[in-house]
Design a protein around this ligand. Structure first.
Ligand code: BES
Ligand code: MN
Ligand code: ZN
Length: 488
């Protein structure tokens, strides 16, 4: 797994400042207010800091912006990073400060004078998340991020508060690595093995192989994978940190590569389909975070892992499949494969675990990008209560999510002449008809959300807390939802 930055918390010691190597970051309040640490740096640099703070660049800067003062006289450091922190940075600003520092840091050691700013744990989280770099397949892996020290008034208390944040960062990074990994490396076997390795963290992990899936009747899921040389699997991850109440369930689409199958996708950008296991990746990341922070809740994460390939053994358009539920499905497009995988995994999850609620995640439809772009995931739900709680959690973690409709009129579009339903309703309302398909495999009394993350799982330009590529979207929101709603 990609290593996250090594972040330490130490008591303020301004006597060592003059000799400190690397980079020294100073947080300066909105009106240019300097605390004792900043004033010390100002004195050592013969008022260079005050000049920077008085400059037009600093006045115009937004909270979180960084101005670099290179090779300052009076200090051994290579540069001072002057950070505009605002009066009392909220969570978003504190994370942004960390993220901007990670970008400015490179391989240098970094010491951040937090002063009275508070929210050091959010600065640390921003540093850890934005410092991420996926270099596994580069010959030159660079040096990785240098060590970080945050100078705070009460290092023990901050370190304790930051531990939860680091469990979150590890979950997000685990998800990003999985999503960034190419499909010749992250095969179905490799994916399952990485999940099984999480047993070390106290998770209970079971791998269901093709024979098990056949015996369970998961013929929709198996059909998707039957054209691939890699075997299909379902992996069950349980975290039992609560009492003996029924668990909350997270379900993920794990298509390690989606060629479209016999309904082959066009060549342009097909390589992006290495991220089609993004839903399963988020489920795995959340389970990792829950285990690392020893969450006091029962949560089960279940993922369907398959590869959608065209071959002599592949399923075809026109095939009729019988799902584990018993409902029959006419395949009109082998590229609408994610819903077939989820149909069986959702049914299995309810059948075996009787969950108190269920959220599935999937890079399900290209239409989601047409509707919401890269800014928001689509939220489809049969429960205003659960959807509201999720939207609130996502909002408080800065992860975009937007409610989308479900309605019987959309459901009609996927009725089939020869089977109970067909697997695609065509282009119009493509994300909604996909959600309606999933809804047919959710029991009415189970509060459920479907999160279509096709637009947010992996992006072409950096975001607030992630470089270009996999984002880990959803790990923070789901972790927050579980903490707020299922842990007392
Ligand atoms: N994995 C794709 C959806 C997707 C597209 C995710 C772009 C991320 C970026 C999914 O399996 C798919 O192919 N969906 C089809 C459905 C259609 C055939 C009804 C689509 O969106 O075109
Ligand atoms: Mn597809
Ligand atoms: Zn797909």
């Amino acid at each position: 797994m990609t290593q996250i930055a090594d972040i330490r918390f130490e008591a303020v010691d301004t006597d060592t400042l003059a000799e400190m190597p690397g980079l020294i970051a100073v947080l300066v309040g909105e009106g240019g207010k300097m605390d004792a640490q900043a004033r010390r740096v100002n004195t050592l640099t013969r008022k260079a800091l005050a000049r920077a703070v008085d400059s037009e660049a600093f006045t115009k800067a937004k909270p979180g912006d960084v101005i670099r003062l290179a090779f300052p006289a009076g200090l051994a450091a290579d540069a001072i990073l002057v950070v505009k922190s605002g009066p009392k940075p909220d969570q978003t600003t504190a994370r942004r400060i960390g993220a901007q520092l990670a970008k400015a840091q490179g391989k240098h050691p970094l010491c951040v004078l937090m002063g009275q700013t508070g929210s050091a744990e959010d600065v640390a989280l921003g540093l850890a998340l934005r410092g991420y770099k996926f270099t596994d397949h580069k010959s030159d892996k660079g040096d990785g991020p240098g060590p970080v020290t945050l100078m705070v008034a009460d290092p023990e208390a901050v370190a304790k508060a930051a531990r939860t944040g680091m469990a979150v960062a590890e979950g997000v990074v685990f998800t990003r690595d999985l999503v960034n990994e190419p499909a010749n490396v992250l095969t179905t076997d490799d994916f399952a093995a990485r999940l099984a390795a999480m047993q070390e963290l106290g998770l209970e992990v079971e791998i269901l192989e093709e024979d098990d899936l056949k015996a369970l009747g998961m013929r929709a899921l198996l059909a998707v994978g039957q054209g691939s040389a890699s075997p299909s699997k379902v992996v069950v991850m349980q975290w039992n940190g609560g009492g003996d109440e029924a668990p909350f369930a997270l379900v993920g689409k794990g298509v390690v590569f989606d060629t479209g199958g016999i309904s082959l996708k066009p060549g342009a950008n097909m390589e992006d389909m290495t991220m089609d296991m993004g839903g399963a990746g988020v489920v795995a990341g959340v389970m990792r975070t829950l285990a690392l922070r020893k969450a006091k809740a029962n949560v089960v994460g279940i993922v369907g892992i398959v590869e959608n390939m065209p071959s002599g053994t592949a399923y075809r358009p026109g095939d009729v499949l019988t799902s584990m539920k018993g409902d029959t499905i006419e395949v009109v497009n082998t590229d609408a494969e994610g819903r077939l995988v989820l149909a069986d995994v959702l049914w299995y999850t309810q059948d075996r675990f009787k969950p108190t609620g269920m959220i599935n995640l999937a890079t399900l439809t290209g239409a989601m990008l047409v509707a919401l772009g890269h800014e928001n995931a689509g939220v489809f739900s049969n429960s205003d209560d659960l959807a509201g709680a999720f939207l609130k959690a996502a909002g408080s973690e800065g992860e975009g999510a937007w409610r989308m409709p479900l309605a019987p009129a959309y459901d009609k579009i996927i009725d089939s002449h020869i089977a109970d339903m067909k697997n695609s309703g065509g282009r119009h309302a493509g994300s909604i008809t996909a959600a309606q398909f999933l809804k047919r495999f959710v029991k009415d009394d189970v509060p459920w959300c479907h999160l279509d993350i096709a637009g947010v799982a992996s992006v072409k330009a950096e975001t607030a807390l992630a470089p270009k590529g996999a984002t880990g979207w959803g790990v923070m929101a789901l972790n927050r939802l579980i903490a707020d709603r299922y842990e007392s």
